[in-house]
Design a binder for this molecule. Structure first.
Ligand SMILES: [Zn+2]
Length: 434
């Protein structure tokens, strides 16, 4: 069985670093450890736990972080880093390709600065962005990519207006697939393009003008077909955009690894997800967000009001029933750079602050099949850490503000250090210039 791709970041300076005095929330869900010690050698953690009085690694640089909290780098399993709410469609259509790429690079940077050291782009980005991050050309989260979104003609990924004109001709990665043969070919083509996850739509959506969450999309038998196809390769997980009850059930019965959104999940869906240990990615940052009616068409405002109410009720039940939750925001459909607002939304719908943190760390890494390397602060894992002065267990809403994410270490490299806490040279880019 092949492993999931581990996205690279540039190699660290090789310093041995001993972080002392801070409180440790390791991402496993275990109680926080006061006066902890985290020892980092190069890009890996070689110890994380209560402070010891051993004389090992005398060459280590010791950093006193008393009064601060150490957390794993967070993982957002549902973003669209090439989409932005800020750009009206007409302005977007007038852009040069270079402007689009640079705008995406800026968003990728801001996502990292929000505390997201790993992200899963569920449609829009190609593997060139991952290469640019690995080579150090731009700063950004480690990336898993869906590359494109699959739905039938007239479904959620069909950007054509009723007259047949593509309303979003510059958006890469929206593909329509109808027959079984087309589906097989589409999945094989995506895997050739380095897709790490296959993103399908088993229902319509809230934001699309010509379909609704109650419309069905990719059918159950094709979900199985995709699972068979990915099993022949490296077992890439299947993520289903699924909002209405019927399409959620088709997705789960077909064997998806994650239900994205899941707004109208019912008791049968919850029971099946528990049985199959499938992940729910509730994207509350988008689900609960009702736009200003002055800025959106009337149909969209009404749909958003209706469906945010449905989502609050049904997802609340799923969370309380103990369905495995992985953090995902759908950023691009909601604002970028405040991804950890999702933690507060998860708490609002019933998770404890500790369980919300686990959703954004350990569980998210499991969904991406990267749990051997990422998601928790434990011996042997990659040194992806967030350091903050706030107490997320007391007021998790404060995690939403990137100004409260004081420092970030990614693969042993300092990529953010607002207050000079770390002895490592911070990595600067175009975007961090004054
Ligand atoms: Zn999405």
């Amino acid at each position: 069985m092949h492993q999931a791709r581990l996205p690279a970041t540039p190699s660290s300076t090789g310093t041995v670093l001993r972080l002392t005095g801070a409180r440790l929330i390791d991402g496993t869900g275990a109680a926080a450890v006061d006066n902890a010690e985290v020892l980092i050698d190069g890009d890996r953690i070689i110890y994380a736990g209560p402070a010891r009085n051993t004389g090992d690694h005398p060459e280590a640089t010791t950093v006193d972080l008393k009064g601060k909290t150490l957390l794993p780098g967070f993982i957002d399993t549902h973003v669209h880093l090439s989409l932005s709410l800020e750009t009206p469609p007409a302005e977007s259509a007038a852009r040069f390709g270079s402007e689009r790429v640079l705008a995406a690079a800026r968003i990728i940077h801001d996502t990292l600065m929000a505390g997201i050291t790993t992200a899963r782009d569920l449609g829009g980005l190609d593997a060139g962005y991952r290469r640019a991050i690995a080579s150090g050309t731009i700063l950004g989260p480690r990336l898993h990519l869906a590359v494109a979104v699959l739905s039938p003609t007239g479904g959620h990924s069909d950007m054509c207006m009723p007259n047949g004109t593509n309303a979003m001709p510059h958006t890469q990665g929206m593909i329509t697939v109808d027959s079984d043969d087309e589906m097989r070919r589409a999945v094989r083509t995506l895997i050739r393009s380095e897709a790490d996850v296959i993103k399908i739509c088993t229902t319509g959506g809230v934001s699309s003008p010509s379909d609704t969450p109650h419309d069905l999309g990719v059918p159950e038998h094709q979900v199985r077909l995709i699972k068979d196809e990915t099993a022949r390769r490296s077992g890439q997980p299947v993520a289903a955009h699924a909002q209405g009850t019927a399409g959620i059930l088709e997705a789960i019965r077909g064997g998806v690894n994650s239900v994205e959104h899941g707004y109208e999940i019912d008791g049968d869906g919850i029971a099946l997800m528990l049985e199959q240990e499938a992940f729910l990615v509730p994207t509350l940052s988008s689900a609960l967000r009702v736009p200003d009616p002055a800025n959106v068409p009337a149909y969209l405002y009404e749909k958003k009001v209706q469906w945010s109410g449905i989502a609050r009720e049904h997802l609340g039940k799923a969370l309380k029933a103990g369905v495995k939750v992985a953090l995902g925001t759908d950023a691009g459909v909601c604002p970028h750079g405040e991804n950890l607002k999702e933690l507060a939304h998860l708490v609002e719908l019933g998770l404890s602050p500790m369980d919300a943190i686990v959703a954004g760390t350990k569980h998210a890494a499991e969904l991406m099949r990267l749990e051997d390397h990422l998601g928790t602060l434990q011996t042997g894992k990659l040194a992806d850490l967030v350091i903050t002065e706030i107490d997320p267990l007391t007021d998790i809403t404060l995690m939403a503000d990137p100004a409260n994410i004081g420092a970030i270490i990614q693969g042993g490299r300092c990529v953010k250090d607002l207050k000079g806490w770390l002895p490592l040279p911070p990595t600067t880019t175009t975007f961090t210039a004054p």
